[in-house]
Each structure stands twice: as structure tokens, then as C-alpha cells.
Design a protein around this ligand. Sequence first.
Ligand SMILES: Cc1cc2nc3c(=O)[nH]c(=O)nc-3n(C[C@H](O)[C@H](O)[C@H](O)COP(=O)(O)OP(=O)(O)OC[C@H]3O[C@@H](n4cnc5c(N)ncnc54)[C@H](O)[C@@H]3O)c2cc1C
Length: 409
Amino acid sequence: MQMEQTEFDVIVVGGGMVGASLAIALAPLPLRIAVIEPFDPRLNGVPQPSYDDRSTAIANGSQQILETIGVWAGMRQDATAISDIHISDRGHFGIGRISAAEEKVPALGYVVPNRVIGRSLWAALESFDNIRMFCPARLESLLDEDDSVRVALIDEDGDTVNLQGRLVAAADGAQSVVRKLLGIDATVWDYGQTAIISNVTTEKPHRNVAYERFTAHGPMAVLPMSEGRSALVWTVPSEQAEEILQLSDRQILDRLQELFGYRLGHWRKIGARVSYPLSMTKATEQTRHRVAIIGNAAHGLHPIAGQGFNLSLRDVAGLAEVIAGADDPGDPQALEKYRRWRAGDQARVMSFTDALVRVFGNPLTSVRVVRNLALLMFDLLPGAKSLLARHTMGRGGDLPRLARGVPLQ
Ligand SMILES: Cc1cc2nc3c(=O)[nH]c(=O)nc-3n(C[C@H](O)[C@H](O)[C@H](O)COP(=O)(O)OP(=O)(O)OC[C@H]3O[C@@H](n4cnc5c(N)ncnc54)[C@H](O)[C@@H]3O)c2cc1C
């Protein structure tokens, strides 16, 4: 068995959207960085869980972070701008609208296929001399020592490789192995809902409008994409998901047409469908001695408001900034500062997303009346609208430097 031992300043576990972004954000600093990832997104046929068939709505503020860390150029060509967000409740009068023109920004956000995000992030990872990729490899064990953390990973030949780092950043997803190894629990709220995602072609062009439509069974988002297509995120009760996935293209298009109406004319074509069971998860701790837990490993959200990656990217920017200001990247005081700094934004986004799911998923007439009034009021009250728009765009609160376009060095 080959035994290799290497020392790093930061070991990032997970090269998905969040782990890769963190490694790239840290790369301009004088740090030795390791990234451990089991699935290389550049290989065809590899079931990469982060860079899959989904598309991600990237908020205006997140685009700024991606631009500042130098990876936006690799995505720009395949990114579709969102100029307006249109929120409606099926069969009811209230409609909410947010527009880039009113908010005086070029775009509220962008829709980018996850595979494109992966391509750009991985090209950047490879371009830095101080990032060492361990891929394919997966973390197996972790041992906390005074001034470092020792981790063991298994590579593709089944060999064990031992690494030592001053900080371990766990970005290994909702089923985080790091969390389990450290005995950190996660609170899970199962919504009993499943998201079905696909790409659709409609008769009328989307004109860069993102639609959020609430129906009695769950919300659906129809996001503008390249080549006139739209990305569908359709939330259905989990017990109906299997039956819906078995429907023919025509049957599913008819059902979607009925729920969405004719704003985009006839629904013409739908691609392959993929499903994701939905829950909200929250790790009971996000920092431990020389460990930071980030991304889905720290908090997983319902995709109703498209906030999961956006929130995590602000966490990445915050963590990178705190590390840049510390002599030791695993300094417990720096980690505590990060935890306290990011707690407010995380709590706000999690409770906002959860409230949307509960209020708009509630079939009671009284609740429907109130939420329609709220949508109407929201459309008529520019102050409230702008505040929400700023937060939805990732432009609210105490923003990290990278989100304001200021590099760390
Ligand atoms: C249907 C759907 C739509 C969404 N739409 C949006 C949206 O529009 N906007 C938005 O902001 N967010 C959206 N999200 C949320 C977004 O996808 C997540 O926030 C994001 O994927 C989190 O990335 P991550 O890197 O933390 O985790 P993951 O994507 O789960 O990546 C974890 C990585 O860790 C690796 N890993 C696992 N185990 C190990 C191990 N033992 N050792 C090493 N590596 C390991 C995995 O291979 C993977 O690459 C959506 C989510 C869903 C389900």
C-alpha cells in the first residue's frame, strides 16, 4: 500500500460548487490548498452530484463574487440574464413583480447550467499552482490534533493517503462525512415534496423573465435559459412524484400548461426529467476546532427561492475574508468570527425560504387570501419591494468584500 503524507494550510473536502469556489477564493493568498473530490465533472458518464442536469439561478451579488474570484468569464457565454421576476398564485389575483430596470441593475441574476459552472470552476482549480487536487478520492477519516487536523482519504486505486491541514473546510454535501465523523448532528425538516427538474420549450419567448408560480400542490419556477428554452423546477408532493415521472412528454406538458397558464403560449417540448426529494437541513454546529462546515453540509434549502448556492457563496466569501485576515487559517478566533458574522444572513434566508414553502404551500382559504393581498401590497409598495429585491439579489446586509467586488489581496 502506498502511503503519502502531505501538509496543507487548508484542506477542502468536496469539489462541488461550494468547495471549488472556496478553494479558488483562497488561491490568491499564500496558502497551500488541497481539494478532495470523488467525482471529476470533466469525465463523461461520471455521476457528479453537484454539476448535474440542473441549472442554477445565480443572484446579482453572487455573480459579483464569481467575477471577483475570476470564474465568471468561463460561464458568461452560457449564462442567461434575468431581467424580471414574476410571482403569481394560480387562480388568484395577486401578482408580484421585481424588475432589473426598477432596481437599476443590469440583471437581477443569471441562470447558468450546473455543468457550465463545473467546467469553469474546475478549469480555475487547475490553473493555480498552490491548489493540489485529489480526485478521484474520498475522505475516510479525520483526527483532530492541537495545531492541525489529520485526514485520510482513499484514492482510485484503493490506496490510503494521509494529509495534514491547519483548517479543514467540509463542503461534502448534505450527507457530509466530515459532519458524521465529528459527531455533528443536522436538524432535518422533510417537506414531503420532490422537485422535478427539466428543460422546456414554449411557444412564446421568455424575454428573460423568471416565473415563480404557486399552485395548490406546490410551487413551480420557470427560469429563462439559452436557445429560448426555460429551466423548470416543479415541486410536487413526494407521493405523486413517481407517477408524474412516468407520464409521457405530452401528458406532462398538458399538466404543466394547466398549472402555468398561457403567459408563454403553448408548452411545446420537454427534456429528460430528474427528481430531488426536498428538505431543509441545518447542521447543529458549523465550526469545530480547525474545521468549518459550509455549503449543503451546513445548510440545505428548498429551491423555491433559488437561494441555496447564493447563500453558500456569501459564506465562502466571508470565510475567505476571515482567513485572509488571520495568521493561521484554522485560528479558532477567526472561525468564531466567521460563524457570528454569517449567522444573521443564514437565519434570514433560511426562515424566508421556509416561510415561502409553508405560506404558499398552504391550501387554507384564509391563508390564500392573505398571501394574495401580500403579493398585491408587495407590488404596490416600492420600499418593501426594493428591500426584498436587494436581499434576493444577494446585495443586502453586511456583505463580504468579494461580494462588493473587492479582491482579498
Ligand atoms: C432542484 C434544485 C434546484 C436548485 N436551484 C438552485 C438555484 O437556482 N439557486 C441556488 O442558489 N441554489 C439552488 N439549489 C441549491 C444548490 O444546488 C446547492 O446549494 C449546492 O449544490 C450546494 O453545493 P455544495 O457544493 O455545498 O454541495 P454538493 O453540490 O452536494 O457537493 C458536495 C460535493 O462533495 C463531494 N463529496 C461527497 N462525499 C465526499 C467525501 N467523502 N470526500 C470528498 N468529497 C465528497 C461530492 O462528490 C460533491 O461533489 C438547488 C437545489 C436543488 C436540489
